[in-house]
Design a protein around this ligand. Structure first.
Ligand code: ZN
Length: 167
């Protein structure tokens, strides 16, 4: 019998997790679906990947990340009220959802819609989990070698390596 794979660079790891803030409220939950990521390719905060390293399928554990280790501190300058006229007439991203916008020199950032009024759209460029101390309840549910294409792209193509490719 071969040795089971343990989490390491170049492997696609499927994880289930529930994330809670300091008040114990669930802020993110993979539910029954496993979330695949490519280990060592900055798909996840480095401190989280470090906590996963060496674990094997079936392992369950808890990791707590400070804002610095997680998604950074909030920058209130990231909250901006933009005139409705700056958006196309068919703009239909609802409050709570996000969209990608090119800011300058081809730099693309994710903007989260906070509020929409007749006059303004309020957006927030902070990651929704920024500024929070987060506790992850993690279960490792799958580990497999990444395909050459996945390594080249720096992300997994679904749980099995050949699905969900949309770019
Ligand atoms: Zn790809």
């Amino acid at each position: 019998m071969s040795k089971p794979l343990t989490v390491a660079d170049g492997l696609v790891v499927a994880v289930k997790f529930t994330v809670r803030n300091q008040a114990g409220e669930v802020v993110e939950d993979t539910g029954d679906g496993a979330h695949p990521y490519l280990h060592g390719a900055d798909n996840m905060p480095p401190a989280l990947e470090a906590a996963f390293t060496g674990h094997t399928v079936g392992d369950r554990f808890q990791v707590t990340l400070s804002p610095e280790e997680g998604y950074g501190e909030r920058d209130e300058a990231g909250v901006q009220q933009i005139d409705r006229s700056e958006f196309p007439d068919d703009f239909d991203v609802p409050v709570g959802a996000s969209f990608l916008a090119e800011v300058d020199e081809g730099e693309v950032i994710e903007m989260h819609v906070v509020e929409i009024t007749k006059q303004h759209v309020t957006i927030d460029t902070n990651h929704p989990l920024a500024g929070l101390t987060l506790t992850f309840d993690v279960e490792i549910v799958g580990i497999r070698p990444a395909t050459a294409e996945e390594v080249e792209h720096g992300h997994p193509h679904g749980l099995h390596g050949h699905e969900g490719h949309h770019h």
